[in-house]
Design a protein around this ligand. Structure first.
Ligand code: PML
Length: 245
């Protein structure tokens, strides 16, 4: 079966506003392009990339998913911190990750387009370009519409659908733990993901109206070359378990 990756990203005045990816068969390209073109809100730049994939790994989704709600951002972030520590990240480094997302991880101010790579031993940032960061791409659900329906039925969102796929690929590529909350000012749920704990959704991880967010991948420096290659290059199609449907 020949598969293609279709990616869209849109921005407004140089600021990223929307991005999405699908892995589809050739005959589904026109429909996918139309769907992705409808997604972004206001924008003045939109780029579509269509690329044939040489090799696509099929993996079974096997992470437990849980949700936790708190009264305040402070409590939500303390809980995220505890979950990162339980996942094997030293507390000092976990705090560093939470701090980076709260202040805006881009050294020039604001958000990054990709994720921060944080060394779990030294707390040093390891991404080759700290303004760009590392982007997890070439990942999608094998039966996207069924998983989407299942998640929406359980009160999850379209964002959960994509975040679950990204988090799953990250762990598969060797990320020890991930911390994420959205840069969308209206979306206050985020998560911690790790092999040990699964996908742990946390509300709220930021205040309503806060435009800062992003992703921090906690990694061990030894494997960095392989991890980056896997995150940015290996194509992964995820088969869902009945528990997600
Ligand atoms: C969730 O609802 O499961 C959390 C999703 C985080 C999405 C992050 C993003 O899309 O920017």
């Amino acid at each position: 079966m020949s598969l293609l990756s279709v990616r869209m990203r849109a921005s407004l005045k140089g600021k990223h506003v929307s991005g999405a990816e699908r892995i589809v068969q050739e005959e589904d390209i026109p429909l996918t392009l139309c769907e992705l073109l409808k997604r972004p809100g206001e924008h003045d730049f939109l780029k579509l990339t269509v690329e044939r994939l040489e090799e696509v790994e099929e993996l079974e989704f096997d992470l437990p998913v849980s949700s936790h709600r708190f009264e305040s951002v402070k409590e939500g972030r303390e809980f995220a911190l505890a979950k990162l520590v339980e996942s094997g990240v030293p507390e000092r480094i976990a705090r560093e990750g939470v701090g980076l997302l709260s202040k805006g991880a881009n050294p020039k101010g604001g958000n990054m387009r990709g994720a921060v790579l944080l060394d779990v031993e030294t707390g040093k940032r390891l991404e080759p370009d700290p303004e760009r960061g590392i982007r997890t791409v070439r990942v999608d659900w094998k039966d996207r519409s069924a998983v989407r329906e299942g998640l929406l039925k359980r009160g999850f969102t379209e964002r959960t659908l994509d975040a679950l796929a990204i988090a799953f690929k990250n762990l598969h590529c060797g990320v020890l733990a991930e911390l994420c909350w959205s840069d969308d000012p209206d979306y206050i749920t985020g998560y911690v993901a790790s092999r040990k704990l699964g996908y742990v959704r946390i509300t709220p991880l930021k205040e309503e109206g806060d435009p800062l967010g992003g992703r921090v991948y906690f990694i061990r420096r030894e494997g960095i070359g392989e991890i980056i290659k896997c995150l940015e290059e290996r194509a992964v199609l995820i088969k869902s378990l009945p528990s997600l449907l």
